[in-house]
Unconditional design. Structure first.
Length: 118
């Protein structure tokens, strides 16, 4: 599966952005989807995950209550709604996919840059 992330940009602190991850090559209806991010000089970190059914979500403590992950399997797309953005949210955001029974994120998108100014 090929993943294409989009929706990044420059936003002021307190603002909002919605990231999209469009999948092609196969349906994503039976895989977990996730978002990760990598800030300059830091390691990539987990942000959020949504189960293949959409019934289960998981968030990093740093974004809980501010970010919302969702999916539209009919559109083969996953979203990350980011509200109340902070300068520390500045990073390249990546979407990824993995099998529900595994732990390895096998497929990755190319990343989209989010910059939050103070």
């Amino acid at each position: 599966v090929q993943l294409q992330a989009s929706g990044g940009g420059l936003v002021q602190a307190g603002g909002s952005l919605r990231l999209s991850c469009a999948a092609s090559g196969r349906a994503i209806s039976n895989v977990h989807m996730g978002w990760f991010r990598q800030a300059p000089g830091k390691e990539r970190e987990f942000v959020s995950r949504i189960s293949w059914t959409g019934g289960s979500t998981l968030y990093a403590d740093s974004v809980k209550g501010r970010f919302t992950i969702s999916r539209d399997n009919a559109r083969n797309t996953v979203y990350l709604q980011m509200n109340s953005l902070k300068p520390e949210d500045t990073a390249v955001y990546y979407c990824a996919a993995r099998a529900p029974t595994g732990s390895i994120w096998s497929f990755w998108g190319q990343g989209t840059l989010v910059t939050v100014s103070s």
